[in-house]
Design a protein around this ligand. Structure first.
Ligand code: NAD
Ligand code: 89Y
Length: 343
């Protein structure tokens, strides 16, 4: 069978993981790459043996010859590039965060719909092995109906050395990392209708907030807390682990440090380690995130081939992105924000 052909735009820090993920898929070939920075284009092109290289996305689309595009640039270019893909009727994956504003994100979904192309947001954290393990326990019914949950990411890891732009934006942790935690909360507990948030900046050397605490009212009655911090100095650095606590009608679930999952139900307590696989190209501590990149890309290829919408489609991710907007609004106004007013 002929390989599915892809193109990638943005050859920066994170795109290298995406290129590895594509290389691992036997039925996919990345035939063209684009970066306006010649040095990054050369490094990634040489590392992955891609001959067709462009410094302009317009020029790459004009030449065509690919079945989908993977947009791995930072947020400022997402809307223009998704709209460009739509104008060429090329299915697109777009990195998180979806867009600078909810209005932009809605316009991107509308452009994809109008062009009749699938749009997937690269929201990979729900594809992490430990998060999939938590979801499987919930779905098994062993802890009964969930009524309370917590999704927690607290770290002091230096993310600014690899991603210096994170220190400069007016918005930081909710938009960059909290977006994943909020998506995990939606994945586990369903959609939410109200958000109450508080945010603070602790690190004086950055522009945005690095601590946020968010309270979500989910449609099914679950109350969840999503708390994120890059200002938390612990004796053992947990980056990039997400901890999860769930209380259900019949028991409890706790996902803690080193991927330890404790499930307590009517028949007793089990403790397992639900660690991610260390893929050959991955490195600790990033391997948890790196494996989820490979898994979400596999999901994209399967859904594209089957003509079905991916789980984290643009349409779906509007609801995660609306939670981000709601958190900033709520923190700014010190008020509870209704999601209905945003979507
Ligand atoms: P980066 O700045 O290292 O790389 C972005 C690259 O895109 C740069 O090389 C830049 O020259 C290029 N670029 C920007 N606009 C362009 C355009 N219009 N045309 C062509 N090239 C363009 O950024 P990064 O750290 O790799 O982050 C990229 C995205 O990935 C961000 O949105 C970030 O939030 C996201 N990210 C996601 C995860 C995850 O787990 N999903 C992890 C880290 C970063
Ligand atoms: O950009 C962020 C992401 O998406 O995952 C972790 C990260 O690299 C730093 O917070």
């Amino acid at each position: 069978m002929a390989k599915m052909k892809g193109a990638l735009i943005g050859c920066g820090f994170f795109a290298v993981n995406q290129m590895h993920g594509w290389q691992d898929l036997a039925d996919v070939e990345i035939v063209a790459i684009c970066d306006r920075d010649l040095e990054r284009l050369t490094i990634v092109g040489d590392q992955f043996g891609v001959a067709r290289r462009y410094q302009s996305a317009n020029a790459m689309f004009a030449d065509g010859g690919f079945d989908f595009v993977d947009i791995a640039t930072t947020v400022g270019s997402h809307r223009a590039l998704v709209e460009l893909a739509a104008s060429h009727k090329v299915p697109a994956i777009c990195q998180k965060p979806f867009a600078p504003t909810l209005e932009d994100a809605k316009a991107m979904v509308a452009a994809a719909d109008k062009a009749g192309i699938p749009l997937m947001i690269h929201e990979n954290f729900r594809w992490q092995t430990p998060i999939l393990a938590v979801k499987a326990v919930l779905d098994s019914g062993v802890i009964g109906e969930a009524f309370w949950g917590r999704v927690s990411f607290r770290s002091g890891f230096d993310v600014f050395s690899g991603q210096p732009y994170l220190a400069k934006g007016k918005r930081f942790i909710i938009e960059d990392l909290g977006i994943h935690s909020l998506d995990i909360a939606r994945f586990l507990f369903g959609d939410a209708n109200r958000m109450t948030a508080r945010a603070r900046r602790i690190n004086p050397d950055i522009a945005g907030e690095d601590v946020a605490t968010m309270l979500l009212d989910h449609d099914n009655g679950v109350t969840s807390i999503v708390d994120v911090s890059y200002a938390t100095r612990l004796p053992e650095e947990p980056f990039p682990e997400t901890f999860v606590e769930i209380d259900g009608s019949k028991g409890t679930l706790r996902l803690g440090k080193d991927y330890r999952l404790i499930v307590h139900g009517p028949d007793g307590t089990t403790e397992t380690v639900v660690a991610p696989n260390l893929l050959p190209w991955a490195s600790q501590p990033w391997h948890n995130i790196q494996e989820s990149v490979a898994l979400i890309q596999k999901h994209w290829v399967e859904r594209l081939a089957a003509g079905r919408e991916p789980d984290t489609s643009g349409r779906d991710n509007l609801k995660t992105f609306a939670l981000v907007e709601a958190a900033y609004l709520s923190a700014e106004r010190a008020e509870t924000v209704s999601l209905q007013d945003l979507l």
